[in-house]
Design a protein around this ligand. Structure first.
Ligand SMILES: Cc1cc2nc3c(=O)[nH]c(=O)nc-3n(C[C@H](O)[C@H](O)[C@H](O)COP(=O)(O)OP(=O)(O)OC[C@H]3O[C@@H](n4cnc5c(N)ncnc54)[C@H](O)[C@@H]3O)c2cc1C
Length: 428
């Protein structure tokens, strides 16, 4: 059985950031990078917009300002992004300030889904050329800590250091992994919201700021805006009980593709649970099941005009007259979001949408669509042994799945930080 200096699980930005950083400190390190998919399945592949300003993507409980800035500079130096200029924002800023909303100014780049795929290909080729063994379509199943062995879907391999970065899709896997390996964790906060889709003329701010970050009262915010050739998508998740559910999301192709005139973004509200609710993940999954129930096994969509009148959107009324664009995710069921979304989330999100319409008039056009549910599970928070995300002897848990990041650049930085811990430990 072969033993590697480091086995890395997950070829998302967290795993890649770790692999490149380890190589930089020890070019002869033997590294195995595993991914259960053919190609990295997270945000590098979907839209690939990158944020280079703290705290976007950096959970503040792990990332204080100065440390984050230091890592962000290293991430930026490595990825060498083209930052998109931002213009004409002072009017929006003034309007926002007047009603208690913040418009954060974030340095961003955008590659689009096609550009992201090209980047992943190049990064994987670079790693492979530098001697990293890449094993795609091979799942990490578990670990034998006593003998320092990783069990995969194809074999067993030895590890000196193990870095696990399975992303949000690996949330449930990671929870089981932590239980099996006596790693304490908390799982008490979630983000729940809707994805908004409208014609670009109803949200023209995106011409000046690709992904505007509005922070509203009640822990509500805009998130992940896509425009150009923009589409709403659904992601399939498997819940802890084995049932499947969908969460919506969005992406855009690069500007090489023909624009479709649409824009989409999420409005999310964060909630942190206290006693006696034990698991944010279980709660969020139950919300998703309720949405699936009312949507006949699909997410729900509702036009703003219908939502305002308190009536469901129907298949017959979905298009025509004011409803003048075809939804980019037509597999969703026209329905009534208020049947499925708890009041706490619905009230904050509706209030935020009204404030947004004051800042960027037009977003509440009757034809605008709300898709539900958009759920973000970030908060499997392991109790770490050190500041490098070591959760058990020689086992590091990083990226979105472990709650150490909320975006590409944060994930990449968390990989670098784990690599820094390994480098110090090994004297590389
Ligand atoms: C549709 C979509 C669009 C997004 N758009 C953006 C964006 O534009 N900008 C942004 O900053 N963030 C975006 N995000 C969020 C972004 O994806 C994450 O913040 C980031 O990718 C997290 O990196 P990660 O390495 O932790 O996980 P991921 O990128 O999710 O990578 C985890 C990898 O681990 C693999 N894996 C999981 N379990 C196993 C296992 N048991 N064995 C082997 N491999 C496994 C998965 O296949 C996956 O490739 C988006 C997310 C989605 C889903």
């Amino acid at each position: 059985m072969h033993t590697y200096d480091c086995v890395i699980v997950g070829s998302g930005p967290a795993g890649l950031g770790c692999a490149f950083e380890l190589l930089a400190s020890n070019p002869s390190a033997s590294i195995l990078l595993l991914d259960q998919e053919k190609v990295s399945s997270g945000g590098l592949r979907n839209d690939c917009k990158m944020n280079f300003t703290w705290p976007i993507g950096f959970p503040i409980e792990y990332w204080e300002h100065d440390l984050s800035v230091e890592y962000l500079e290293r991430v930026e130096a490595f990825l060498n992004p083209t930052i998109i200029p931002q213009t004409n924002l002072s009017t929006y800023q003034k309007r926002a300030k007047r009603i208690g909303v913040d418009l954060l100014m974030i340095r961003q780049s955008h590659l689009g889904t096609d550009g992201g795929l090209r980047l992943i290909k190049r990064l994987i080729e670079d790693l492979s050329k530098s001697g990293v063994e890449i094993a795609l379509e091979e799942a990490f199943v578990g670990v034998d800590r006593q003998n320092k062995r990783c069990i995969t879907s194809k074999r067993e391999v030895g590890y000196d250091q193990l870095v696990v970065a399975p992303g949000r899709h690996g949330f449930d896997f990671l929870r089981k992994f932590m239980r099996d390996n006596d790693i304490d964790y908390t799982d008490n906060s979630i983000d729940v919201g809707v994805r908004v889709e409208t014609r670009i003329e109803h949200y023209p701010i995106v011409k000046d700021y690709y992904d505007p970050k509005f922070i509203f009262p009640e822990r509500t915010r805009t998130f992940c805006t896509n425009s150009g050739a923009a589409h709403v998508v659904q992601e399939r998740y498997t819940a802890a009980n084995g049932q499947h559910y969908y969460s919506v999301n969005g992406h855009a192709w690069s500007n090489e593709r023909e624009p479709n005139g649409l824009v989409n973004f999420a409005i999310l509200r964060s909630v942190e649970f206290t006693h006696p609710l034990a698991s944010g993940q279980d709660y969020a999954e139950n919300l998703a099941f309720l949405a699936m129930l009312t949507g006949g096994g699909h997410p729900i969509m509702q036009r703003i005009g219908d939502f305002r009148l308190g009536k469901r959107t129907t298949t017959e009324g979905l298009n025509g007259d004011l409803n003048d664009f075809v939804p980019s995710l037509p597999s969703c069921t026209p329905g009534d979001i208020s049947l499925a979304m708890p009041a706490k989330f619905l009230r904050s999100i509706w209030k935020a949408l009204k404030q947004l319409d004051t800042i960027v008039p037009g977003i509440l056009h009757p034809g605008t669509i709300l898709y539900y549910p958009e759920i973000k599970l970030y908060a499997n928070k392991p109790v770490f042994m050190d500041g490098y995300f070591q959760a058990s002897a020689d086992i590091y848990l990083i990226g979105d799945g472990a709650g150490t990041s909320r975006g590409i650049t944060g994930a990449w930085a968390s990989g670098m930080r784990a690599a820094d811990g390994i480098r110090r430990k090994k004297g590389w």
